[in-house]
Design a protein around this ligand. Sequence first.
Ligand code: PMP
Length: 392
Amino acid sequence: MELSKRITGLTGGGSDGWGILYAARALEAKGQYVANLTIGEHDIRTQDIILDAMHAAALGGHTGYASVPGTDGLRHSVAQRITQRTGVKTEPENVLITPGGQAALFTAHMAVLDPGDRALFVDPYYATYPGTIRGAGGVPVPIAARSEDGFQLGTDAIDNVGADATSLLINSPNNPTGAVYSSETLHAISEACRRYDLWLISDEVYDTQVWDGTHISPRSLSGMADRTLVVGSLSKSHAMTGSRLGWIIGPEDVIEHAANLATHTTYGVPGYIQDAGEFALAQGSALENEIAAPFRRRRQIVLDTLGRQQIVKSVPAQGAMYVMLDIRATGLDGESFASALLAEEAIAVMPGESFGASAAGHIRVAMTLPDDAFSEAFARVIAFATARANAA
Ligand code: PMP
């Protein structure tokens, strides 16, 4: 029996970029300790107070079908948070609750793409982006951000392909580069979206993790609220990755159609999990800052360690839980560097190439080990690169 081209072609073939992680797991299975700096997930679990709220909601009976677009309470809380953080008046009707940011990314593309429409996304990119676009029937078109520009997106990249495209997906703070788009970058992107009549899909799941610069939501820029769909999530901000709780913010009619899609796919998000999310948001920025604090500390460890040497160049590490390192001085590409680092030092990092051609010659380090273990492993990454560069 033949499967659909949509499902067999989803990942686009080739390596899925996680070879290093699988190799690291194989070593771990043999009993070897591996310093794992690959995965974008906190080294802490969801806080007990949030789990208590979830438990209470479930025991209280919120275990039946929940309202498909989201509970009134959570939609209201998200709308209020977005209004406060961006200054754009946002109503519950502008919010659709989804099972995580990933489902929001898919839904947003489903809402704006017809089959065969060209959908722009920025290279280096988060691993699921091209497959998400293909799944929604679109044709993924990468546009390059350059290491030399700190991975800020230049509009020349959009100018080359904008006229034939339907949408542009951006992500700031960025996974994998750690870039936070400047006001100048976002104004230029917004202008290009208006010039080429593009939908802007803005993935802001790392919006609470900004170390340098300010997070600006492009939906707040003039003329953008009607053409911007914002993707958000509690995964990163509240260490709730496994709860699968996210949202799309957009014009009311888009949200209505997106809710129809939810009715025919997910049928919504469990009510007790939404109640826990509402509780988590009610804790305000104090809890968000507490969850973000370890990454802020570890980013400082990165800066201090890098400041003591000249071989490895860091791309400005402005936000999110990652740093990109330019390791071209070692003479190795990202894949060879990551393989050798795992074999010789038992440290796993992601090769830049797994995030697209623009990150070749780089590695991505996730700051997701406890401070002492992270500091020790990061120093060994730099020592390894220095030794390689000196031997080159
Ligand atoms: N966008 C980006 C850039 C991500 O890094 C992730 C998760 N790593 C997601 C979206 C999806 O997150 P979730 O589905 O857990 O909300």
